[in-house]
Design a protein around this ligand. Structure first.
Ligand SMILES: [Zn+2]
Length: 424
């Protein structure tokens, strides 16, 4: 692999190098050349200085000699002609200076060492946790020194316990916080790392809360910068301990067009769980996250208290959440009523004709519902067609979009005001 290929493989773009960096590197390189030439003149008589394979020199650009060795290696010979390095050859060094893919670099700061003329002569890796190391950090020195240091660096081990895998495991898998005090968990940790320090439940709680507030801040910033609207789902349920809980989840499309779902709030929700109480809590949460103008729709389960919460929220959130035709609500109530037991389902026709049945629709409402169904049915079919996963959907796109446009235009011309509004 030559230098170009190596750089391509590293995903490095040559054009990204700034001129200043290039000039600085040229100066470093000039210094190296002078130094190597000098050292070569002093030891030119020894035959091992002669490069046995000059072709290799072209393929592998010159690198600075390692500190431990004398400068009489292959690099010295390649510079015998005193030629200046090409831009391509500099590139490899810049890859070494700039591109750090190894995760160890999260824990080391790269400190450049400069000479009297303010020219960078070497790079050093200093541990961010103990500030005690001084390893060479040019790309070709590798990362084994740094990795070995982390294994024995006590501040790093402490940091790892505070910020790392244990908190993630607890938060993502929902382990009880008391797991850190469990006898056999501690035994396992000791087996993996004999130097591990055991922590208490209160400590891990504190660390988890710290991590939580950090993540909340990040999510807040993400939502603030979001271009798309946010849809919410809200769920209330009673746990086996008979305490009520409320969860508010946001669903949105991020800048990379990926659908994201994030739990915004999860909290204890004591009775009474009336519509007004839910509204007050949910609206406070929405306000807290700065989402008042970004909510597109909200999905809740079919509890009656939610029915009274939604209109209250609608008043507050101007955008989104459009009015639902009362006839549709009646149809939903009917479905809810007959769905709740098999006996009701069987006798639906009988009691629907009774005069005191609550969810009865007038002829006008039936007509409205039928119109709406005829408009919405093609969209339902289109959605099903597009969401198929075992056949290609791209070829169906144009035809279905045309159909959608046709149906929307038909809806705009409808006599029913509600359908006209939907079409618009
Ligand atoms: Zn350290």
């Amino acid at each position: 692999m030559n230098a170009n290929e190596a750089n391509e493989a590293n995903g490095f773009e040559f054009d990204n190098i700034s001129n200043t960096a290039f000039e600085e590197l040229q100066m470093i390189e000039q210094q190296r050349q002078d130094e190597l030439l000098r050292s070569q003149q002093t030891s030119a008589s020894t035959p091992r200085n002669v490069n046995p394979n000059p072709r290799q020199v072209v393929q592998r650009p010159i690198r600075p000699p390692k500190r431990a060795k004398t400068s009489s290696g292959r690099g010295g010979v390649s510079l015998a002609g005193g030629r200046r390095r090409t831009r391509t050859e500099f590139q490899e060094d810049i890859v070494g200076l700039g591109k750090r893919t190894s995760p160890v670099w999260d824990h080391f700061t790269i400190v450049p060492e400069k000479d009297d003329n303010d020219v960078v002569i070497s790079l050093h890796a200093v541990c961010r946790h103990c500030k005690n190391t001084d390893y060479r950090a040019e790309g070709h020195y590798g990362t084994s020194n740094c990795r070995n240091h982390l294994k024995s660096c006590e501040p790093y081990q402490e940091w790892l316990a505070k910020n790392g895998d244990l908190i993630e495991a607890i938060m993502y898998h929902g382990y009880p916080l008391s797991m850190v005090e469990h006898k056999f968990t501690r035994k396992l940790h000791r087996y993996l790392n004999p130097k591990v320090k055991n922590i208490s439940r209160s400590t891990i709680t504190r660390w988890c809360m710290r991590k939580n507030s950090k993540l909340r801040k990040m999510l807040f910033e993400t939502l603030k910068d979001l271009d798309s609207k946010v849809s919410l789902t809200c769920d209330i349920w009673t746990a086996c301990t008979s305490r009520g809980y409320l969860t508010l989840t946001a669903h949105y499309i991020d800048k990379d067009w990926c659908l994201k779902s994030k739990v915004l709030n999860f909290c204890h929700f004591p009775p009474p769980s009336t519509g007004h109480a839910i509204y007050e809590l949910v609206y406070a949460m929405i306000k807290d996250w700065g989402l008042e103008s970004k909510v597109m729709c909200m999905t809740v389960d079919n509890a009656t208290n939610n029915d009274s919460m939604i209109p209250l929220l609608q008043e507050c959130l101007n955008d989104g959440l459009k009015a639902i035709d009362p006839a549709v609500t009646l149809v939903r109530d009917n479905v809810k009523y007959i769905d709740s037991s098999e006996a009701r389902m069987n006798r639906f026709r009988d009691f629907y004709t009774e005069p005191d049945y609550t969810f009865k629709l007038t002829d006008r409402e039936w007509e409205s519902v039928e119109n709406m169904a005829s408009i919405l049915e093609p969209f339902y079919e289109m959605t099903n067609l597009f969401s198929g996963s075992d056949y290609p959907t791209a070829n169906l796109y144009f035809e279905q979009v045309c159909k959608a446009k046709y149906h929307l235009r038909r809806a705009c011309e409808s006599e029913d005001a509600c359908i006209r509004e939907m079409g618009n």
